[in-house]
Design a protein around this ligand. Structure first.
Ligand SMILES: *Cc1c(COP(=O)(O)O)cnc(C)c1O
Length: 387
């Protein structure tokens, strides 16, 4: 399907709302029915129509159609956060006594779920280095029901060979879930490679303006209905109509924003690579990246996030560096209009800093929509003052 059609028209029914270009926010909790039998049908299958906005809502429906099409998936559910989407996708596919194979160091709240929540219900997780397919083969147990992927991850961009993992999992009857937040469906289409459930946070690139939180699951209609009937309705973590409307608005410019960010990222990356105070850079579509050929094979783009290691003796030097930017802000998250810096050593105390440990000297830069020259002069100033 044409991406311009998806972003501008798909799912929209303008004749039903005064030919307004921008869709209405159907801010209602419930929907009226005319006949008792309609109610009975909705009680039997709430996925079949509008009953109550914890289930389906027309504004959310427009967003679901667009996001499903972007992923080349049959269906989609949108949650009130990426973390809620992760939680629902996993919970729907495990039962007490099951086992999960996850890539190591997945997104914080995925890891919390594996380490803290699921063990209370008798579900265990084995973490593996997902860069080698043999590690998946070795970790699978008779009770493995889910393989959890994140490719690339959002710090060191480690990849998994998605097609190889999907083929392996299918042969073993295991559900595969991927966190595709880094790429968005514009730059990687996991469903087309055979992955069962593609998750992405909508808070980052889909929203694009740092003004709302949301999360997305795509997959077969059968899988989405299974999640809707239990976790989605039961936890009540579906997205609210106004937030869905903000995400529809974000989608209008998704392609244009990513193209612009890609260009700027490459300019900033070249600057960082030639800077003597930078020891090394990490970016999946840079030739120096350890999994460059796999990245080129399964991703059609990469943008925004760059990690780099600086030369530094103390934590304080890195602290001063981060605190001396004039324009680039220090914050978590990414995907918005504004560029951001985040030092890995934020979670360390001064005395625990080890300059020989490269990870302690790692920073992550998110490149937003500003001019490249504006960002580079800010970075250059910070380097000159501190490192
Ligand atoms: C932000 C993020 C999430 C979680 O999304 P929220 O919308 O913040 O709940 C999941 N995975 C990755 C890689 C993220 O960066």
């Amino acid at each position: 399907m044409d991406i311009s059609y998806i972003l501008n028209e798909l799912g929209e029914d303008r004749e039903h709302y005064f030919n307004a270009i921008s869709p209405p926010i159907i801010q209602t909790s419930n929907f009226k029915v005319n006949r008792v039998d309609e109610l009975r049908a909705l009680f039997e299958d709430e996925y079949s129509g509008y009953l109550y906005s914890r289930g389906l809502n027309p504004t959310v429906e427009i967003l679901r159609k667009k996001l499903a099409a972007l992923d080349g998936a049959e269906d989609c559910l949108v949650f009130n956060s990426g973390a809620a989407a992760i939680f629902a996708s996993v919970l729907a596919n495990v039962k007490s006594g099951d086992h999960i194979v996850s890539v190591d160091k997945p997104y914080t709240w995925a890891q919390r779920m594996f380490d803290v929540v699921l063990p209370r219900f008798g579900v265990t997780t084995t973490y593996i280095d997902g860069t080698q397919i043999e590690n998946f083969e070795r970790a699978i147990l008779p009770n493995t029901s889910v393989i959890y992927l994140e490719s690339p991850n959002s710090w060191d961009y480690k990849l998994q060979d998605l097609k190889a993992v999907a083929d392996l999992a299918k042969a073993e009857n295991i559900i595969t879930i991927i966190d595709n937040s880094y790429c968005t469906p514009l730059y990687q289409k996991p469903i087309e490679l055979g992955i069962d459930i593609a998750m992405q946070t909508a808070t980052k690139y889909i929203s694009g303006h740092s003004d709302t939180i949301g999360g997305v699951l795509t997959g077969t209609k059968k899988m989405m209905k299974k999640i809707f009937d239990s976790e989605y309705l039961n936890i009540g973590s579906g997205i609210q109509p106004f937030n869905a409307w903000l995400l529809i608005r974000g989608l209008r410019t998704l392609q244009a924003r990513l193209e612009r960010i890609t260009q700027t990222t490459h300019t900033v990356l070249s600057y960082l690579k030639q800077n003597k105070k930078v020891e090394s850079v990490l970016f999946p579509l840079d030739e120096s990246f350890s999994q460059y050929s796999l990245a080129k094979k399964q991703m059609s783009g990469a943008c925004g996030l760059i990690s780099f290691h600086v030369h530094a003796e103390t934590r304080q030097q890195i602290v001063s560096f981060c605190e001396s930017f004039k324009h680039i802000m220090m914050a978590v998250s990414w995907g918005g209009h504004e560029s951001l810096i985040l030092p890995k050593c934020a979670s360390l105390k001064d005395e625990d800093f080890d300059p020989l440990n490269k990870e302690h000297r790692m920073l992550r830069l998110y490149v937003g929509l500003e001019e490249a020259s504006y960002l580079i002069s800010d970075i250059e100033n910070a380097f000159e003052k501190t490192l």
